[in-house]
Design a protein around this ligand. Sequence first.
Ligand SMILES: NC(=O)c1ccc[n+]([C@@H]2O[C@H](COP(=O)([O-])OP(=O)(O)OC[C@H]3O[C@@H](n4cnc5c(N)ncnc54)[C@H](O)[C@@H]3O)[C@@H](O)[C@H]2O)c1
Length: 353
Amino acid sequence: MSALRLGIIGCGIMGSNHQAVFDSLKGTIEVTATVDIDIEKANAAKEILNAEFATTDYREIWPYVDAVLIATPHDLHHEQGMAAFTHGKHVLMEKPMAISEAECIDLINVSERSQKTLMVAYPMRYQPLVVKLKELLDKKYLGEVFHVGIFTEQLTQPPADSWMVQAKRLGGGQFFSHGCHYIDLLLWFLGEPEVGVHLGTRNQTEWMEKEGTSDAIIKFANGALGHHFGTWGARATRHGYAIHAHCERGMLEADITGGTLYAHHGFKGTPPAGGIGGTLSPDPKDAEVILAMEGESKYLQGELEHFAHCIATGEKPLTDGPGSLAGLRVIWAMTENEEKNAFADLRGMGLPQ
Ligand SMILES: NC(=O)c1ccc[n+]([C@@H]2O[C@H](COP(=O)([O-])OP(=O)(O)OC[C@H]3O[C@@H](n4cnc5c(N)ncnc54)[C@H](O)[C@@H]3O)[C@@H](O)[C@H]2O)c1
């Protein structure tokens, strides 16, 4: 089978991140065209990836490609995605799919009509520690889960004229732009959402037009709580990126930054005496190491392999258009209700089965 000919539209930070993994995908995916309104970036990517063609205008690449990776500012996703499907190309869309519900529905409909794959780049879904954590939750390795907390703490201060600080181009603030990965994960882990609340702040991230720090809490139909705390204002951090899943018999910890998945087993039977008010826990040093991995690049590789596999087999991507829209609807409902100081009714907004 010949390799998928891929065009990259947008050779900025994310376009460059993807470049690092293409070497290991030789034979499966070949980058044949690179696009950026900054021709230097398009040419640099062309050189590194040994592509055939570089341009500033994405409308010139159709003869060179079977599929495109769209890694441009969020307000361009709809226009560029629609054009790709109209020309019979498959699309791997960087998250978030688009900046409004109507735009997302358009993309889903045109991909279905043209029978081309629409996959949204939620690489966390392909991250080995996260995949294993999901497997352990599903098989109740430590019993029923009652709380999943996701921490993403980083310092992200784009230049003042960047599209990333502008609410209109970003589609909102940190919650929409970055939280979309983690609302998607919470829906994947915990099932049907019932009610949710989001609060965000610009405090200490005044470079953002909307919030740079956000707390989102969702209660699910199974009684579990899901929480994402995300900030682009962390001057220091202990967690970096981490997921803590509290279960009946202990806690699963995905230390994404450190590259390790732990199972912290609770005491069997009655905990030993000595805890204050029953707060005694086993020593974290005694945790079971379930999986350890190096580096973070693998999950982009897994994501791209999945995209190529879905195109070759006609399989539905794990992170397809309708699933991605479900997570965005949850975010929009929570954001609208935040403005009214209200809880969001999220019933019926889970991932499509
Ligand atoms: N999956 C992840 O974890 C992750 C991480 C970072 C960014 N992203 C996503 O990747 C996408 C790009 O983000 P980024 O951080 O790389 O931004 P960036 O600003 O670094 O890159 C965007 C690039 O698009 C180019 N561009 C702008 N208008 C264009 C046009 N009309 N045609 C062609 N190129 C154009 C810009 O010149 C720039 O090089 C966004 O959707 C973002 O949310 C995803």
